[in-house]
Structure formats: structure tokens, C-alpha cells
Design a binder for this molecule. Structure first.
Ligand SMILES: NC(=O)c1ccc[n+]([C@@H]2O[C@H](COP(=O)([O-])OP(=O)(O)OC[C@H]3O[C@@H](n4cnc5c(N)ncnc54)[C@H](OP(=O)(O)O)[C@@H]3O)[C@@H](O)[C@H]2O)c1
Length: 268
């Protein structure tokens, strides 16, 4: 299942998240995910596992151009020159000369300068799509004052307890694809009773219901697991679809509850 970004680049709707996978385990984990069928891998410089992820992709023997690879520019690397250097270092660790999707990891005062570097790399063909992560609407509006190219993706926290309705509407209106991180609330998703009922109704696990809710609400989703059975389970979501009534019931579970920091108060 794929989605076309605003520049026509195709991104698989489900990807494999790698946050907290240690570098020396990332190659095996990524290889396993690719064997299961994932063709979209999400990492970041700050995860310190790009080398393992790159090795896993190489060792999988699936052609590089058949993998959609995302990495992110960390906060300390924001700024024009630093972002250019950070990009080259990520490529080197990942054993690739291009990135499919490069994201500003968190909003910072230097967003605009960083974005210039992103635009330059994009125009040179080193990045197939450029985007941001953890941007509220006001961060995007500020960036757009100086940007020549509109971000193609915003990767944000999105769960049944944090449905981000107004930001989601804004992104849809602007043609910015939305991608969700920590879709399984870092493993705590099973505390929600409605999801148990939907799990019984569709004969799918709670994780599968939530992953499907992402896809059925047009959100790209990147669940992480190092457990073989869960890596398979999270990808086994193509044989069902939630009906509109159930999608809306999940939408109503929103409590504006974050499992991660609010981008407005996050400062490393
Ligand atoms: N842009 C950002 O700022 C940002 C922030 C956070 C995350 N991310 C990205 O989003 C990805 C996903 O987020 P995340 O890793 O924080 O959390 P997540 O995918 O919501 O949850 C991962 C946790 O859930 C468990 N899990 C996975 N599948 C399961 C299943 N089917 N049933 C029960 N438990 C399951 C995993 O355990 P095991 O691994 O032990 O199986 C792990 O503890 C990250 O890996 C990263 O790529 C981006």
C-alpha cells in the first residue's frame, strides 16, 4: 500500500521504526523486517543505529532503490552548514548516496537555515523528499515564510489518545503527508477497552487495529518491534479495513495525551 507525496514520490504507508534498537542489533532487525515484507525503514542520526540499519539493508539483498529510507537531522546539527555535514555523515553510516526522506527532527530557531540545506540537497537529487517532524502548525507557517519548497511530510505523534485533529486538517489542506510516530504508544496501546472490542470484532490484535486505523485515516505509520512475531503481526494488516463508524469511535478516544514531549516545550 503506497501513498504519493506532493512531489509524486511514492512512500509505503507502513514502515519499520527503529528507535531504541541498539546499533549492533539493528542490522538483524532490519534484515528480518525486510524479509517479512517491509520496504520502508525509519531511522534518525540520534538513534545512533544508522550503521546497523544500513548494514541490514545491504545484507537483505533487496535492491537499495526498492527500499524507502528515512533519516532525520538532529537538533545539534541544525543550521545550513551543519545540516549539510550531518546529511553526508548519515549517508556514510547508512552506506547510501541518497536518502528517500530527510526530516528536520524537531523544530528549532534555525529551521529556516536548515531548510535551505535540505532544499539544496533535494535540488541536487540527493534526497527524494524533504520534510519535518514534530512541527505544530505555527512552526510550519513560520518555515513557509522563507521556504521555496513546501515540506512533503510531517512526522508527528499520533495515537488514539492524541488524534491531532486540527493539525491533521491543516496538513491535509496544505498537501503535507502526515506520518505517525509511536503509533502503539510505545507498547501501552492495550490499556484501551474499545480497542479490545474492535480486536474481537475484526479478529485482529489491538496493534493491528491501531495500525489499520492509521492507514484508514490516511496516515503513514512506522511501528517498531524487535520481536519477530510482532514484526510479522504489525505487517499483517492488508486483509481487513475498519468501517467508518469504528474509525470515528477510535477518533473519539482522544485525550490530547502525549507519550513524548510537546514540541513547544521540548528543548535538548
Ligand atoms: N520523529 C520523532 O520524534 C519520533 C519519536 C519517536 C519515534 N519515532 C519513530 O517512530 C517509531 C515507532 O515509535 P516507537 O518505537 O517510539 O513506539 P511504538 O512503535 O509505538 O511502540 C514500540 C513498542 O511497542 C512494542 N510492540 C511492537 N509491536 C507490538 C505488538 N504487536 N504488540 C504489543 N507490543 C508491541 C515494542 O516491543 P518490542 O520491540 O519489544 O517487540 C516496543 O516496546 C520509532 O521506532 C521511530 O522510528 C519518531
Amino acid at each position: 500500500m503506497i501513498k504519493k507525496l506532493s512531489n509524486g514520490v511514492e512512500i509505503p504507508m507502513i514502515g519499520y521504526g527503529t528507535f531504541k534498537i541498539p546499533n549492533d542489533q539493528a542490522d538483524e532487525a532490519v534484515k528480518l523486517a525486510i524479509n517479512v515484507g517491509y520496504r520502508h525503514i525509519d531511522t534518525a542520526a540520534i538513534y545512533r543505529n544508522e550503521a546497523g540499519v544500513g548494514k541490514g539493508i545491504k545484507d537483505s539483498r533487496v535492491a537499495r532503490e526498492d527500499i524507502f529510507l528515512t533519516t532525520k537531522c538532529w537538533n545539534d546539527d541544525q543550521g545550513y552548514k551543519k545540516a549539510l555535514d550531518a546529511f553526508e555523515q548519515s549517508c556514510r553510516r547508512l552506506q547510501t548516496d541518497y536518502i528517500d526522506l530527510y526530516l528536520i527532527h524537531w523544530p528549532k530557531p534555525q529551521n529556516s537555515e536548515t531548510w535551505k540545506a535540505f532544499e539544496e540537497l533535494y535540488m541536487k537529487g540527493r534526497i527524494r523528499a524533504i520534510g519535518v517532524s514534530n512541527f505544530h502548525q505555527h512552526h510550519l507557517q513560520e518555515l513557509m515564510k522563507t521556504a521555496k519548497i513546501k515540506p512533503m511530510v510531517n512526522q508527528i505523534e499520533y495515537t488514539p489518545r492524541l488524534t491531532q485533529t486540527s493539525l491533521k486538517e491543516y496538513l491535509m489542506k496544505e498537501g503535507v503527508a502526515m506520518e505517525s510516530w509511536s503509533p502503539l504508544m510505545k507498547g501501552k496501546i492495550s490499556d484501551i477497552p474499545l480497542l479490545h472490542a474492535l480486536s474481537a470484532k475484526y479478529k485482529k490484535t489491538i496493534a493491528q487495529i491501531v495500525i489499520r486505523w492509521n492507514i484508514d485515516t490516511d496516515v503513514i505509520v512506522i511501528p517498531k518491534s524487535v520481536t519477530e512475531s510482532r514484526i510479522k503481526e504489525n505487517f499483517d494488516i492488508f486483509d481487513f479495513q475498519l468501517n467508518q463508524e469504528d474509525i470515528e469511535a477510535i477518533n473519539k478516544l482522544n485525550l490530547n495525551h502525549r507519550t513524548g514531549p510537546d514540541p513547544d516545550s521540548f528543548d535538548f
